[in-house]
Design a protein around this ligand. Structure first.
Ligand code: HEM
Length: 133
């Protein structure tokens, strides 16, 4: 049964599953492995998970905890392409709709889409850009 409420415990379970699938993905996985390694139980991932739990708790419930800016790290993790974001969103979509009722999943996914769009704008990553620079 998908969760019909959203708070930190449900977020932790879903987010952990999301990154488990991300690490297995050929397109998006390598960015995370380069930045944080491939051991989801290691100290780097422990910290990253905590940041992400706080981030999504703030977005989905308004509860404080995350006080950062999600964009900056993405400028330093290697060149990102529209396909990288598409795949990230595809996996996120898969997981949120598996774990949450559609109404809650919609909210997660809309927020992720908006942020992905903003990151792409900030990074100059977009479909019309055919240059290979
Ligand atoms: C192409 C897709 C993406 C890739 C490859 C990617 C990769 C990464 C990596 C490797 C980090 C860790 C950087 C570090 O600590 O050294 C990170 C951090 C983070 N990402 Fe992404 N990301 C992507 C899209 C997104 C999207 C769409 C969101 C939001 C919905 C997001 C939210 C975050 C947040 C909140 C952090 C933590 C920022 C902080 O430290 O305060 N990412 N990302």
């Amino acid at each position: 049964m998908p969760y019909d409420t959203v708070d930190r415990p449900e977020i932790e379970i879903m987010i952990h599953e999301f990154y488990t699938r991300i690490l297995e993905d050929e397109t998006v996985g390598p960015y995370f492995i380069r930045a944080l390694g491939d051991d989801l139980n290691g100290p780097k991932w422990y910290e990253h998970f905590n940041t992400l739990y706080n981030f999504w708790v703030l977005i989905m419930t308004g509860k404080r905890g995350y006080g950062g800016d999600p964009y900056p790290p993405h400028a330093f993790i290697g060149k990102l392409y529209p396909e990288t974001f598409e795949r990230w969103l595809e996996i996120f979509h898969e997981v949120v709709y598996e774990y949450f009722t559609p109404e809650i999943a919609d909210k997660f996914y809309k927020k992720a889409e908006i942020l992905a769009e903003q990151f792409m704008d900030n990074l100059g990553v977009n479909d019309e850009d055919d240059d290979d620079d």
